[in-house]
Design a protein around this ligand. Structure first.
Ligand SMILES: Cc1cc2nc3c(=O)[nH]c(=O)nc-3n(C[C@H](O)[C@H](O)[C@H](O)COP(=O)(O)OP(=O)(O)OC[C@H]3O[C@@H](n4cnc5c(N)ncnc54)[C@H](O)[C@@H]3O)c2cc1C
Length: 461
């Protein structure tokens, strides 16, 4: 070991890297961590956290409107983008400092530099052209927005990174993408008062989610004035007087003030020296790992978005923790990537866990669906035209709830708790045996008595 400068070198100070570094250090090993931008990574600096702050800001608009039906007179509210961004930046700086302090308190040596692999045990720090020999290396470099290729005028297009730092709220914005980031930003900008067009090349937004969730959310977004255009792509973006002219694949032109792409994220592997270290990448251009996050080089591991398994913060954190337990704690832990609950912080919110109806019908012999669409109580007096959507997918043979899909207020909070029941293998009978909490929207989940549909898979011939 005398041969090595450190026992563990972590490349990347985001969700996965920070957790791994702190837990490893707790096991008494020497840990160094390099971060080329800001400690905290995507989630804290330009992902989940700033996004959720913007989501909160965008929802006041409807609250002001809804208040009238409950007797409030609210003077025409005005909104100041600069104040929101300044306050958001202050909070992000506070969090960055807290992350840095926690790492330092945990005896992790932080290096503010880009790090690249020179060989399987050597990390080169570009800031001061230093080399560090490490016994183990963890690649936790995350991902970045993929902007596509061959689009004329791509230099006028922003990604979510820049959206957090716009100097003013765009009056008109076109967002290309159908994933959760595109959908969330469409709702944020619409809530803050922008005119929003969402363009997506697929059949419908939120590919991979349950089809009923996709249809329900799209209708709700359209009801809130967001223009959703599917089966089209942006072909060119050109500056014109007072804005940008966006040419779509059907040759329709749309004039807006900003164009944002949220068309997927790519693992950060470029120029990392993976080849020099002998680390293999897979067909998704992500670092290939086994169930213990070990790469093709036995003492080099990778966690989080750079491995492109489930690109979410809690998953990166769990993988980072499991890595440290496995390598330094003597407790091999493989992370289970099934049944990951997830939320889309759209307006209204989405919360899901488990199988979609399509997946369940492909995988199970018998499937029972319990579905409810109803007007939430708050909407009666507010007069808002909105519906809550709830769907339970049940294995018809065992009675287990294998999927749960919600669209409506609080869906993200609800799915966290429902996730425990689904993870524990709760059956529909367990849901039914649970007393309702009245009056709530969630009580519907334990009072849906009759299946709205049942499917029996035909035996393969
Ligand atoms: C707009 C947006 C919203 C999101 N919202 C959510 C959400 O609501 N919920 C959720 O669970 N997830 C959300 N995510 C995803 C979440 O942010 C990521 O899954 C998570 O941050 C991944 O953690 P990570 O450790 O793998 O990588 P990151 O957090 O990306 O950290 C990687 C770090 O490595 C650094 N780095 C890269 N290369 C090098 C190098 N060579 N040398 C030194 N440093 C390097 C980067 O600067 C970065 O700080 C969102 C993402 C985005 C973009």
């Amino acid at each position: 070991m005398a041969d090595f400068d450190t026992d563990l070198f972590v490349i990347g100070g985001g969700s996965g890297g920070v957790r791994a570094a702190r837990i490893a250090s707790g096991y008494g090993v020497r840990v160094m961590l390099a971060e080329e931008y800001r400690v905290g990574g995507t989630c804290v600096i330009r992902g989940c956290v700033p996004k959720k702050l913007l989501v909160y800001a965008s929802r006041f608009f409807h609250e002001f409107e809804d208040a009238a039906g409950f007797g409030w007179t609210v003077p025409a509210p005005t909104f100041d983008w600069a104040t929101l961004i300044a306050n958001k930046d202050k909070e992000i700086a506070r969090l960055e400092a807290a992350y840095t302090a926690n790492l330092t308190r945990s005896n992790v040596a932080i290096v503010k530099s880009r790090a690249v692999l020179e060989d399987a045990h050597t990390v080169r720090l570009l800031a001061d052209d230093r080399r560090v020999r490490a016994k183990h290396i963890l690649i936790a470099t995350g991902g970045s927005p993929g902007m596509g290729t061959g689009i004329a005028g791509i230099e006028h297009v922003i990604s979510s990174n820049e959206a957090f730092h716009l100097t003013e709220l765009p009056r008109r914005i076109l967002i290309q993408g159908g994933g959760y980031i595109a959908v969330e930003f469409a709702c944020i900008f619409a809530g803050l008062g922008s005119e929003v067009t969402l363009v997506y090349r697929g059949e419908n937004i939120l590919r991979g989610f349950d089809d009923d969730v996709r249809a329900h959310l799209r209708a709700e977004m359209e009801r809130r004035g967001i223009r959703v255009i599917c089966k089209r792509i942006v072909e060119a973006v050109e500056p014109v007087d007072h804005g940008l002219c966006v040419e779509l694949s059907d040759h329709d032109d749309i004039i807006v003030d900003k164009v944002m792409f949220a068309t997927g994220r790519r693992p950060n592997i470029t120029g990392l020296g993976l080849e020099a270290a002998g680390v293999r990448i897979n067909e998704k251009n992500a670092v290939a790992v086994d169930e213990f996050s070990r790469t093709s080089v036995p003492h080099i591991y990778a966690v989080g978005d750079v491995t492109d398994r489930v690109a979410l913060t809690p998953v990166a954190i769990r993988e980072g923790h499991a890595f440290a337990d496995t390598v330094f704690g003597g407790k091999p832990v493989a992370v289970d990537h099934t049944n990951v609950p997830t939320a889309v912080f759209s307006e209204p919110e989405v919360g899901v866990i488990g199988l979609t109806e399509t997946q369940a019908r492909e995988q199970l012999a018998r499937v029972d669906i319990y579905q409810a669409v109803f007007r939430p109580m708050k909407a009666t007096l507010s007069g808002r035209d909105t519906r809550m959507f709830q769907k339970l997918i049940v294995d018809g043979l065992s009675g287990r709830v294998v999927g749960c899909h919600l669209v409506g207020e609080g869906a993200g909070e609800l799915i966290q708790v429902l996730g425990i029941a689904v993870q524990m293998g709760a059956t529909k009978a367990d849901f039914d045996a649970t007393m309702a909490v009245h009056p709530t929207a969630a009580e519907e989940l334990v009072t849906m008595r009759t299946a709205t549909a049942s499917y029996v898979r035909e035996a393969a011939e």
